[in-house]
Write a protein of this length. Structure first.
Ligand code: PDD
Length: 286
C-alpha cells in the first residue's frame, strides 16, 4: 500500500496518513468521492470529473474546499509524486470530524483525501475475453446521482459477483437494469442501436458514459436513452459497461446466458478503441 497520499493539505507517506475516528465519512458515510483515470501519465476527462465532484458536494451541502484549478494541480502533483503512468486518482471529501451527532456540525472542516492506484487499463485481460455479469436487486438509496461514499449495496453486489465467479453485477430495479455496481450499463440492439438508461436520481451520471455516447454518435451509431430489461439485455447483440476505471468493457454473459456468441462485440471493440484514441491522443500518433 506504500505510496504518497494526500490528507488535508499535505502529501505524506501512506503509513503516516490518519483520519480521526470521529470523521463523519467513517461514521455516517457523510461524504462524496470521485475517481479519474490516468493514461500516459495524464488525467482523462478530468474537468468533467471535477464538475461532478462539485455537484455531488453541492447536493449534500458540503462546501467544495478547492477550485477546479486547485484540484487539478493537486491531482497532477499526486500523479507525479507516485510516478503514476496508468491507473486511477481517488479523491474523497467528507463533512469532517465532529462529536457524533446526525445533523451537520456547527463547526467542522472538510476532510480531503486523495490517493493513486496503478491499474492496467489499456491491456486489461478482460477486455479481450469480455466480462461476465450476474444481476442483483438494486438495494441503494434514492439519490444515486450523488457519488456518495455510502457504497454498501455496491460492496454486496460486487461480492455476489465474486462468489459467482464473474466480473461484475448489474443492479436491477422493477425489472430494468439501473447500472453496474461501479459502471454504466449499455446494450446494443440487433439493429445496431446503442441503449443506456437515461439520467435520473436512479443512476450515477457517468463521465465515461457521456464521452462514449458522443463517440458513438460521431461514428454514426444511433444512441437511445431509455430503460431496458434484463431479458432485453440477454437478447441483445452486444453489451458493455463504461467507467473511469475500465473505459469500455465488453460484457459477454448475463446470468449464465451468453450475449450473442459470447464474444466482445464489434461495435463495443470499436468504441473501446475510439475512447483510447480520445484519452491518449499522442499514443495514436506514435
Ligand atoms: N465508479 N455507476 C456507478 C454506480 C459508479 O460507481 C461508476 C464509477 C459509474 C461510472 O462513472 P464514470 O464513467 O464517471 O467512472 C457508474 C468508479 C469508477 C468507482 O467507484 O471506482
Amino acid at each position: 500500500m506504500s505510496r504518497i497520499v494526500f490528507v488535508n493539505g499535505s502529501f505524506v507517506p501512506y503509513e503516516e496518513a490518519s483520519i480521526p475516528i470521529m470523521d463523519r465519512g467513517f461514521l455516517f458515510a457523510d461524504g462524496i468521492y470521485e475517481v479519474a483515470a490516468v493514461l500516459g501519465g495524464r488525467l482523462v476527462d478530468n474537468e468533467a470529473h471535477l464538475a461532478r465532484l462539485d455537484r455531488s458536494l453541492g447536493e449534500i451541502r458540503i462546501p467544495n474546499p478547492y477550485s477546479a484549478a486547485e484540484w487539478t494541480r493537486l491531482e497532477e502533483e499526486i500523479v507525479r509524486r507516485n510516478n503514476l503512468a496508468e491507473g486511477l486518482v481517488y479523491m474523497q471529501v467528507t463533512r469532517g470530524a465532529a462529536e457524533r451527532d446526525f445533523a451537520f456540525p456547527a463547526e467542522a472542516r472538510q476532510t480531503v483525501v486523495m490517493f493513486t492506484q496503478p491499474k492496467n487499463i489499456r491491456n486489461a485481460p478482460q477486455a479481450e475475453t469480455g466480462m461476465k455479469v450476474i444481476t442483483v436487486p438494486d438495494l441503494r438509496w434514492a439519490r444515486r446521482d450523488i457519488k456518495s461514499v455510502g457504497l454498501l449495496a455496491q460492496v454486496l453486489a460486487k461480492q455476489a459477483a465474486a462468489e459467482a465467479g464473474v466480473g461484475d453485477a448489474w443492479m436491477v430495479e422493477n425489472g430494468h437494469v439501473t447500472e453496474g455496481s461501479s459502471s454504466t450499463a449499455f446494450i446494443i440492439t440487433t439493429d445496431g442501436r446503442i441503449v443506456t438508461r437515461p439520467l435520473s436520481n436512479a443512476v450515477l451520471p457517468g463521465i465515461t458514459r457521456v464521452a462514449v455516447m458522443r463517440l458513438a454518435r460521431e461514428a454514426g451509431l444511433a444512441v437511445e436513452e431509455r430503460l431496458f430489461s434484463v431479458d432485453e439485455a440477454k437478447a441483445a447483440a452486444e453489451a458493455f459497461v463504461t467507467s473511469a476505471s475500465a473505459f469500455v468493457m465488453p460484457v459477454v454473459e448475463i446470468d449464465g446466458a451468453p450475449v450473442a456468441d459470447g464474444k466482445p462485440g464489434r461495435h463495443t471493440r470499436r468504441l473501446r478503441a475510439l475512447y483510447f484514441e480520445m484519452a491518449e491522443p499522442e499514443a495514436k500518433a506514435a
